[in-house]
Design a protein around this ligand. Structure first.
Ligand code: NAP
Length: 274
């Protein structure tokens, strides 16, 4: 894609939630011509103030776009928004879905696009803090070459293979992280039950292979809602027989009051209850 602003691709960004807002902001801050849309329109207003155009609907937002990014909650949201925008997509447009929806839904989304519209699945690893800093890991499936420079605004881009492969790797990685967070929380809970000082247990874990997971359960700058974690475990469990994932899902669903909180808050609750 051409970096010259006059010839720069016109971008539409649909979905300005916890992740979509900072990702769209990075495109805007980089000078990309941007039209945004969000189902709940209030989320788009700060973008108007910062120089973006606001689409009155998903279809209006994508009508002039060369590249359409979507960052939506789940497969149902991607299907709904995909159906709404499809009639307005022009041949030659590239749709890049960064939502975490699993490989089956990603391939289905690609198949629903009009002829001549390309699709890249590009879900991301990393939360809101990394999104704002442009330090996500972007897991891209499909022909990403035409959008590689744009994706680089979000972080490091990893080419995974054909359409659906980015979504598949995302399912693998996030399922491992979620399970690891619950496992690490239970290690901290066990240490507490055995009467060990919390610092001692954390120091031990920090020197173990679980060091990265200990960081994840200790962070206060991520916001990955538990409800999305449960969705991601369900997506993984639908693809393979994963007994541990079933147990992890039970743990996530045991605290409905935490559904909108970051995953690390589940770990805090598990330790608090020990
Ligand atoms: P979020 O804050 O809940 O935002 C979800 C977005 O989807 C909002 O813009 C919401 O619009 C929109 N949406 C939901 N249902 C819709 C529908 N039926 N039609 C149109 N729009 C709809 O979620 P998020 O944290 O940004 O996560 C988005 C995706 O990224 C998820 O797949 C998540 O698993 C993944 N992800 C999240 C993180 C993280 O740390 N948060 C990290 C990596 C990946 P409204 O504003 O109108 O509700």
């Amino acid at each position: 894609m051409n970096d010259n602003r006059g010839d720069a691709p016109r971008i539409a960004f649909l979905g300005l939630g916890l992740m979509g807002a900072p990702m769209a902001r990075r495109l805007l801050d980089a000078g990309c011509p941007l039209t945004v849309w969000n189902r709940t329109s209030a989320a788009a207003q700060p973008f108007a103030a910062a120089g973006a155009a606001i689409g009155s609907s998903a279809a209006e937002a994508v009508r002039e776009a060369d590249v359409v990014f979507t960052m939506l909650a789940d497969p149902a949201a991607v299907a709904e928004v995909g159906a709404a925008m499809a009639p307005a997509l022009r041949p030659g447009t590239i749709v890049v879905d960064t939502s975490s929806i699993g490989p089956d839904a990603a391939r289905a989304a690609a198949e629903r696009l009009p002829a001549g519209v390309a699709y890249v699945d590009a879900p991301v690893m990393g939360s809101v803090d990394k999104a704002a800093a442009g330090e996500l890991l972007v897991l891209a499936g499909g022909d990403l070459e035409p959008v590689a420079e744009l994706l680089a605004h979000f972080g490091t881009v990893r080419a995974c293979g054909p359409v659906g492969s980015g979504a598949a790797l995302k399912a693998v990685l996030i399922n491992a992280v979620i399970g690891g967070v619950v496992l690490t929380a239970e290690a901290l809970a066990l240490g507490k039950s055995l009467g060990l000082p919390d610092d001692l247990v954390r120091d031990g874990l920090a020197a173990s292979p679980l060091a990265g997971l200990l960081q994840r359960v200790s962070t206060t700058t991520a916001h990955y809602p538990v409800t999305h974690a449960a969705k991601d475990v369900r997506l993984a469990s639908a693809a393979a027989d994963l007994p541990l994932a079933r147990t992890v899902l039970d743990r996530l669903l045991a605290y409905p009051d935490l559904a909108a909180k970051d995953l690390a808050v589940i770990a805090d609750r598990i330790v608090a209850e020990a």
